[in-house]
Design a protein around this ligand. Structure first.
Ligand code: NAP
Length: 428
């Protein structure tokens, strides 16, 4: 007897699974209480099938998904094709056919997870996706299991390796955004269309999933505000350094009195903050909770073996539950009514970079605008950009999203001031 697996797709992550199953056979069989066997592998067409066979891959490759979905001997379907379709249709059919499903597809889970989770529940089967957030870091199971006795108040994460690699080049070596992107593309970290990585979309998908595991609430993807790194200038980077900060793209989910709030934004992190030293393609999730206090989970957010390790851990957990007769238990059992925070309750310090004419009275006028929204300054730096224009950099005391929106609108309405950039600042 063995537990039979059907793989959908045989790309980077999926092709790492056979290695782990072989290399770690004894431990995996002991944990699963059975042998795990890759019974069938779906590939796109005969050309890919022949290429893979010629390269020495000894699997039963199929090109029609029904060969897997209608095979009653297959217990677990592992979707590793990526994108929304046909992944969504194939997973739906697999769940409807009573199969357990593992996926690493954050795009799909963040946008359609709710219906897939419900379908899995209705059918009494498992739907697990540990690898969807921060690849090799076992953060979802940690939140669901190890932190089950704790109350999480905020999760901060460096959740996208590509943009973190670029920010590391921009901060440590003074590279421009354009040069950092070209290097990330040359090294294969960034795709030819890098939008999802650099505009914070990929990290926002992960924030949606973290909101479920950390707070028991499902925030929709379009409720996660996301701002990318493409408009960060070398000036912003050097001012941040001067003031004792490092800029990184940070995803955050927090619970306020009125509900939860999630966003992805370039963030000034104090140099002493543990996330500030997460560099290159590495990821980290920093959890603030009332029991543990602060804890950080660090590791590779992508890559064949790290990601496949998380996928195989899901497969083993399912195999074990099949044996124990409780496979229908949900991946995350913490579910509460979702409440979205009121903008008055979401507070942070902010960085404002403003260009203005280098003339008397401008600084006073700027202070008046901030003062009219009851916003006070923590640090102010005035730089002479050129003969006529001065750049004023302000780090504010804590203000709410409502105050932020109001002051931004006022600054944009005054011709004297050009608001160059606004970024979140994490307080010490
Ligand atoms: N790579 C990582 O480090 C990482 C980390 C965390 C999560 N993930 C997630 O893991 C999943 C897989 O990522 P990956 O990096 O392994 O992607 P990948 O290397 O592009 O592999 C996906 C494979 O699936 C194939 N495929 C696409 N549509 C198919 C279809 N209809 N039928 C059969 N095969 C099909 C693709 O073929 P074509 O190339 O011909 O389209 C490709 O060979 C994605 O959801 C990704 O977001 C990846």
């Amino acid at each position: 007897m063995s537990i039979k697996i059907g793989l959908l797709g045989f790309g980077t992550v999926a092709s790492g699974i056979p290695f782990l199953l072989k290399e770690n056979q004894e431990k995996i069989s002991a944990a699963s209480r059975d042998r795990l066997e890759i019974a069938k592998v779906l590939v796109k067409d005969d050309e890919e099938k022949n290429r893979l066979l010629a390269a020495g891959n000894k699997f039963n490759f199929v090109t029609n998904v029904d060969d897997i979905l209608s095979d009653e001997t297959i217990d677990i379907v592992v979707e590793l094709m990526g994108r929304i379709e046909p992944a969504k249709t194939f997973i739906t059919k697999a769940l409807e056919a009573g199969k357990n499903v593992v996926s690493a597809n954050k795009d799909l889970i963040a946008t359609h997870g709710r219906e897939l989770i419900k379908l899995a529940q209705d059918k009494g089967v498992a739907f697990y996706y540990e690898a969807a957030v921060a690849g090799g870091i076992p953060i979802l199971r940690t939140l669901a299991n190890s932190l089950t006795s704790d109350k999480v108040t905020r999760i901060l994460g460096v959740l996208n390796g590509t943009s973190n690699f670029m920010m590391t080049k921009m901060v440590d070596e003074g590279w421009t955004y354009e040069a950092a992107l070209a290097e990330a593309q040359a090294l294969g970290y960034a795709e030819s269309d890098p939008t999802n990585d650099v505009e914070g979309i990929d990290a926002a998908y992960k924030a949606v999933i973290l909101s479920q595991f950390g707070f028991g609430m499902t925030i929709d993807f379009d409720q996660v505000a996301h701002q990318g790194i493409s408009n960060i200038t070398p000036d912003d980077v050097s001012v941040a350094q001067q003031l004792g900060y490092v800029i990184k793209l940070v995803g955050s989910v927090e619970e306020t009195e009125s509900g939860i709030f999630a966003e992805v934004s370039p963030t000034f992190l104090p140099k002493s903050h543990p996330l500030a030293s997460v560099n290159d393609v590495m990821n980290a999730v920093f959890v603030e909770s009332i029991g543990i206090g602060e804890s950080m989970y660090y590791g590779p957010g992508a890559g064949q073996k790290p990601t496949a390790t998380s996928v195989v851990a899901d497969i083993i957990r399912i195999a074990r539950r099949i044996k124990d007769g409780n496979v229908g238990k949900p991946f995350n059992e913490f579910v509460r009514h979702t409440r979205i925070a009121h903008p008055d309750d979401v507070k942070s310090h902010y960085y404002f970079a403003v260009n203005t004419a280098d003339e008397k009275g401008k600084m006073l006028r700027l202070a008046e605008i901030f003062n009219s929204e009851d916003i006070s300054f923590e640090q102010v730096l005035q730089q002479k950009a050129n003969g006529e224009t001065a750049r004023v950099v302000i780090i504010t005391h804590s203000l709410s999203k409502t105050q932020l929106a109001n002051v931004t609108e006022k600054l944009k309405a005054v011709a004297d001031f050009e608001l160059v950039n606004t970024f979140k600042v994490l307080g010490e």
